[in-house]
Write a protein that binds this ligand. Sequence first.
Ligand SMILES: [Zn+2]
Length: 87
Amino acid sequence: MNKNEECAIFQDLYDLYMEEEVEGESKQWMMEHEANCTHCQKGKIEREEKPVLHEDSEKIWGIRIMTTMIYCLFFLLSIWMSIWYLW
Ligand SMILES: [Zn+2]
């Protein structure tokens, strides 16, 4: 195995490793690789900070836009209805 392959395997197993689902020799190998590989230590920090935040703020924006649109729709509908009734 060369360095890039090791890192690819480490990245693949990392989620399982964090959930303690990697056992025995694999876990030992993961711990050693994590300790010795600056590339994966750096990647780990980026993985933990970025994707979650990005996904959450996207979801919040989606919900906000939906809620605003629904409010606007009801508002316009109620105006239209009251005009229609009064006419
Ligand atoms: Zn690595």
